[in-house]
Design a protein around this ligand. Structure first.
Ligand SMILES: [Zn+2]
Length: 71
């Protein structure tokens, strides 16, 4: 099952790839969505850059999975 970007609805095959897409896009609507989830975009980027194991991406990926419309 494809995972869709909750902002622009672009499908990817994993939530990690959607997380990567959100960081890679980094425009206003995508940043606003992250903020609306109660997390800081900048903090996630810092976490991703400074901690091992893709922690920033993984946090975002979990939020993306939660935001998927029920099939
Ligand atoms: Zn998107």
């Amino acid at each position: 099952m494809d995972i869709k970007c909750p902002v622009c609805k672009k499908p990817r095959n994993t939530s990690m790839k959607v997380a990567r897409h959100i960081f890679g896009t980094g425009d206003k609507p995508h940043k606003a969505w992250v903020k609306a989830q109660g997390v800081s975009y900048i903090d996630l980027l810092i976490q991703q850059a400074t901690e091992t194991g893709n922690r920033g991406f993984a946090t975002l990926a979990a939020l993306i999975e939660k935001a998927q419309p029920a099939a």
